[in-house]
Design a protein. Structure first.
Lengths: 115, 113
């Protein structure tokens, strides 16, 4: 079974600064997807960024970028120019490309943004 | 276009009571999922339905049943609620394909006393 580990329960960042969230995963598969989801206090799960394992290029979405290290099974999220609206829980998730396309989530990292 | 909707938003049950959580999507997705989120934890998969007419167990299926009523609707039933089932429940759907993104509903906060 796949496991996803987020070792940082909470991270604090100053507004306009950069913060990096860590994620490691365990799998024997070679073809899969990785995701970062944001969950603000509203509880809504919002997709931030996705990475396909067969793509070597790191994904970028505006101020959000990832560092995907396939051999190390590491998938970190960098938030640049942090804004107050970035304060939320962030979940790393792994999706196995097989029947059902099931997601496995990490335990989450709470991001606090200081004005 | 409502996306994924869930009812109810909040529910309080007594131990032993039963209830059904409803989920519907209007994106013509084949796959639907039920997750639970306990305090301070990530989401865990309860059941999923890869396509209309099929359902399969996820990581934590005990104490739950599901029905894929049609392509749009996927319900989760608690036959005899227990305090350990106090959680926030999320429904999600996915069209698969190259993006494989799952779209989530707003969640149902369930408390079992």
């Amino acid at each position: 079974a796949q496991t996803v580990t987020q070792s940082q329960p909470e991270m604090s960042v100053q507004e306009a600064e950069t913060v990096t969230l860590s994620c490691t995963y365990d799998t024997s598969e070679s073809d899969y997807y990785l995701f970062w989801y944001k969950q603000p206090p509203s509880r809504q799960m919002i997709l931030v960024i996705r990475q396909e394992a067969y793509k070597q290029q790191n994904a970028t979405e505006n101020r959000f970028s990832v560092n995907f290290q396939k051999a190390a099974k590491s998938f970190s999220l960098k938030i640049s120019d942090s804004q107050l609206g970035d304060a939320a829980m962030y979940f790393c998730a792994y999706l196995r490309k097989a029947a059902g396309n099931k997601l496995t989530f990490g335990g989450g990292t709470r991001v606090l943004v200081k004005p | 276009n409502a996306g994924v909707t869930q009812t109810p938003k909040f529910q309080v049950l007594k131990t032993g009571q039963s209830m059904t959580l409803q989920c519907a999507q209007d994106m013509n997705h084949n796959s639907m999922y039920w997750y639970r989120q306990d305090p301070g934890m990530g989401l865990r998969l309860i059941y999923y339905s890869a396509s209309e007419g099929t359902t399969d167990k996820g990581e934590v299926p005990n104490g739950y049943n599901v029905s894929r009523l049609n392509k749009r609707e996927f319900s989760l039933r608690l036959e005899s609620a227990a305090p350990s089932q106090t959680s926030v429940y999320f429904c999600a759907s996915s069209g698969g394909g190259l993006l494989n993104e799952q779209f989530f509903g707003p969640g149902t906060r369930l408390t079992v006393l």
